[in-house]
Design a protein around this ligand. Structure first.
Ligand SMILES: [Zn+2]
Ligand SMILES: [Zn+2]
Length: 362
């Protein structure tokens, strides 16, 4: 079902209302965390003046205000919420910085000649260089390998007699992506600087809250990212100036035989960053394992390669290439990121037409 075009004012007002609500969410969540900690008598490591302790370590200084029996399921859930909605302790931030140093040494140490003294670079510069090298390598290697396979030995199996993109189309998409890459990779570097200053709810070790909480937080985080990317993408279509100035660059490739895996990152850099902002913004109000966040953010480079190859995997509720091809050809449907449910809920889903095998009758 396709959505009707919206008037400029309606679209702009709706986008503004969503932005205001989203901006208020972190303050609300942090206030809930503070209220819960006060209610349960939980004092944070930093607040207690402790200098040692595990990540996000807390000290229960009083249980007299806890109306739930200690150890009860409700009591445990409340305590988990109170602890996880707290700003990271100094020991947590030290662990996060250690983790960043380890990643810098691993990637920059591997890619730069020994004569380059990258360790003396400013912290932000090291982070950006690491993310640039990782992002660029991932884009070229994954896109190149997949293009070589699907337009090489498996071309007939995947596309039959349908035309495939020319080398010129792919070269243009690579050129647009390469121009945008320095700015794309500034986003995770900015994110890292924010995280290391303690403004988010990220945590460095799965053990900090346990595997069960890790899975729960991961699902909430993914839901927030899906919702955020859906509305950001839809807004880039609904607000005409945003479409004309930013998103139009990606929609130059609007025919099946011009889209290729290399179109996955072929955006105006600001457009690409805006669509990745939900990954960062969600960290302000959802406790998230930091390395998982980074892997997911870089995983989008692989994911977007996959949804631009025009091969319909028929893998609902995953928003595969069959859906994204429809988005490129009609502009007003299938804005979702990984899954189809936001389009279904908000009335913009268009299901690819497929030949249904005839049922056998008895
Ligand atoms: Zn679009
Ligand atoms: Zn696309």
């Amino acid at each position: 079902m396709a959505t009707k075009p919206h008037s400029k004012n309606v679209a702009t007002t709706r986008v503004a209302m969503i932005a205001i609500k989203v901006l208020l969410l972190p303050f609300l969540v942090h206030a809930i965390g503070r209220h819960l900690r006060a209610h349960l008598g939980i004092q944070l490591e930093d607040e207690a003046g402790a200098t040692m302790g595990g990540a996000n370590a807390t000290q229960v200084t009083s249980s007299s205000q806890n109306t739930f029996a200690a150890g009860s399921l409700a009591g445990k859930a409340l305590e988990l919420a109170a602890r996880s909605l707290a700003p990271p302790s100094q020991s947590t931030l030290a662990l996060l910085r250690e983790e960043s140093d380890w990643k810098n040494n691993l990637i920059l140490g591997l890619c730069l000649p020994p004569s380059v003294d990258f360790e003396s670079w400013p912290r932000f510069m090291k982070s950006w260089a690491r993310n640039f090298v990782a992002g660029l390598s991932l884009y070229l290697i994954v896109g190149g390998l997949w293009a070589a396979v699907c337009y090489g030995p498996l071309k007939k199996a995947f596309y039959g007699n349908t035309p495939t993109p020319s080398g010129v189309d792919m070269a243009k998409q690579i050129w647009v992506s390469l121009q945008a890459m320095p700015l794309y990779t500034a986003l995770p570097a900015v994110c890292e600087a924010i995280v290391e200053r303690g403004y988010t709810l990220v945590y460095p070790r799965v053990d900090d809250f346990g595997v069960g909480a890790f899975v729960l937080f991961f699902v909430v985080y993914l839901t927030s990212v899906e919702f955020g990317v859906y509305w950001m993408h839809r807004s880039l279509h609904d607000v005409k100036s945003a479409y004309g100035l930013l998103h139009k660059t990606h929609h130059i490739y609007n025919k099946e035989h011009t889209l290729s895996p290399f179109a996955g990152l072929a955006f105006n850099p600001l457009d690409g960053i805006l669509q990745a902002v939900p990954y960062v913004w969600s960290l302000f109000f959802i406790p998230t394992h930091y390395l998982t966040h980074e892997l997911l953010l870089f995983g989008t480079a692989i994911w977007t390669t996959n949804i631009h190859d025009c091969i319909d995997g028929a893998c609902e509720p995953i928003m595969g290439a069959g859906y994204h091809l429809l988005h490129h050809t009609n502009y007003r449907t299938n804005y979702g990121h990984y899954l189809t449910y936001c389009d279904r809920i908000f009335g913009s889903l268009e299901v690819p037409k497929r030949e249904i095998p005839a049922k056998k009758t008895m």
